[in-house]
Ligand binder design. Sequence first.
Ligand code: FE2
Length: 277
Amino acid sequence: MVRFLHISDSHIGPDPAFQTCGHNPLRELSELVRVINALPFPFDFVLHTGDVADESSEVSYKLAASVLANLKAPIHYVPGNHDCSVGMQRTLLASKEPLGRIDQFFAVGGVQFLLLDSRGAIQPGGELTQSQLEWLAAFCTADGPPLVIALHHPPITLDVPWLDSDTAMTVPMLLSNRGAFVDTIMPARSRLRGVFFGHVHRAFQVVESGILFSSAPSIVGQLKTWPELTEPVLAAEEAPGYCLVTIDEQRTIVQQYSFARAASARVASELQTCSTQ
Ligand SMILES: [Fe+2]
């Protein structure tokens, strides 16, 4: 069995006071780390599905690292469209010889994990190269242990016009060669326990072709994804969140949690202090 926390889209800026989505991402990330470290059960690791930084400068990654270093569990990263893969590798993964793209494999609790770098040539959309699809295909055989795949960009449509539209008039958001991606993973369908993604700043759980596709909410701000919405709208009033994922012999269980924003958490703890004095 394996249990992990799926987090995404922290968008740390180059300045501690930086704001995006109407909030301060560094404060929200610090609060998330505090919440995660206080969870009253064990878990194996944290999975961050990208957009760690908002504008990929080294100082942004150093700020992110200064907070994430306090996590009491290992963390794995998938680069997002806002990320610089080299900067991430150098600062967050302490890599001395960073690669242009990073695809990663590891196994925990008898489950295989494949993390794909899906940053595409046309921003902010995603794309996998032919060599990445070949690398993926080598793992996606019919037989083997349970398998989990993670990438930043959604590899399926989500019934949201501003996310799903692939025309020249719109901003691409999905994985452009998602058909080739699904064809590649399909031989492993019977042992595929989920495809986890970020980018959409909203928790989705979709079962398509017998495969679970699941995204995590953003750490800093959510976006509205109504079925008929043709452009993104900020949901500044919504709380940040994360997902708890448990994979056992029979099931994949995804639980979504929100957490109070750093400012409200501080007020709540002050009120608690007042009431106990
Ligand atoms: Fe994002």
